[in-house]
Write a protein of this length. Structure first.
Length: 139
């Protein structure tokens, strides 16, 4: 078991509309998706360039993790997300190796993913996210 690739970089922003304009100009491509994750009090916007995705995150509530992050550190890199084939197995492996998981079970995240976060204190100050695609349900 191992991480497959960097799935995306998450960037905390104060104003999603102006950040979308900035990154569209910077990357030379428009964002392809905006999604609200009510449980996390955040609106996300995704860009893709090559195999790399950038996720912009704007808080929708002053008590959200993104709002607190921006208040403490300002806008900027919030997390690195890694794609994994089996999120439950990776969570067990990391926990067995002393990593602190911020959620006990995978939870539904943006972009049709199961996600779990690893505490930044275990990763040299970088919040780390595990991502696994949610299989589409048979119709």
């Amino acid at each position: 078991m191992s991480f497959e690739k960097v799935e995306h970089l998450g960037i905390a922003v104060k104003d999603l509309n102006s950040a979308n304009e900035l990154y569209a100009t910077l990357l030379g491509v428009p964002h392809y998706k905006t999604e609200e994750i009510e449980s996390e009090h955040v609106i996300t916007s995704f860009f893709k360039t090559g195999d790399t995705k950038i996720e912009l995150l704007q808080a929708t509530h002053p008590d959200s993790a993104i709002a607190k992050f921006i208040e403490k550190r300002g806008e900027g890199l919030h997390h690195i997300a890694y794609a994994v084939a089996n999120i439950n197995a990776e969570m067990e492996r990391l926990a067995a190796n002393g990593f602190t998981l911020l959620n006990a079970q995978p939870k539904r995240g943006a972009d049709n993913k199961w996600v779990c976060f690893v505490h930044p204190k275990n990763c040299n100050g970088v919040l780390t996210e595990l991502c696994q695609d949610i299989e589409p349900q048979a119709q």
